[in-house]
Design a protein around this ligand. Sequence first.
Ligand code: GDP
Length: 195
Amino acid sequence: VDRSGVTFVNSFADPRGMPFSPLPEVTLVGRSNVGKSSALNALSGRRKRVAQVSKTPGRTRLINLFSVGSALTVTDLPGYGFAKVSAELQEEWRRNVEAYLRQRENLRAAVVFIDSQREPQAVDAQILDFLAFHEIPSVVVATKVDKVRPSQLDNCMAALRRGLALPPDQPIPFSSTTGVGRKELWQYLQEICLA
Ligand code: GDP
């Protein structure tokens, strides 16, 4: 996978409007502010903030599609767990995201971002259950580990692992600031492409 080649393709309100792609696709999910766009920027390794587009007004509720070289496509799903949106918008989010997860034929895996500083949230467990139900393999990435005291890191990862019933090699500790976990996440994405 050519890391430098992360480029924005387009945004979609309705997953049915997304173009067919023969490449494997990985989707990024997580609560708002978890550090998902920063992670995508860190992965791309470019100074230009490729994921900035996900933050521009009007696009935050859309499915943003990126291509990674000529090997992989990545979607950035709208962040879940907005405290202040109406029930109607929550319902729209659920409907669009569910349609995407159900119908996207080239979808191979999901990266679920959780904040390493927080207790595991019920909504994170629900997302993992939902992905498992739809038989979409997932990997959990614990973001912002630079904010966790090094002496606490193991405990912190173990608590997330226990709370979300994760396999022994998860969550992947990650920091967009220090670059920790970038290699491991790339490795995982690469395995998906080759699978
Ligand atoms: P998103 O809503 O999930 O896309 O979250 P963002 O990537 O926009 O990040 C939300 C906030 O967390 C921003 O203020 C970022 O600067 C901060 N942030 C993101 N990743 C990291 C990280 O690895 N370390 C630290 N310390 N802050 C981070």
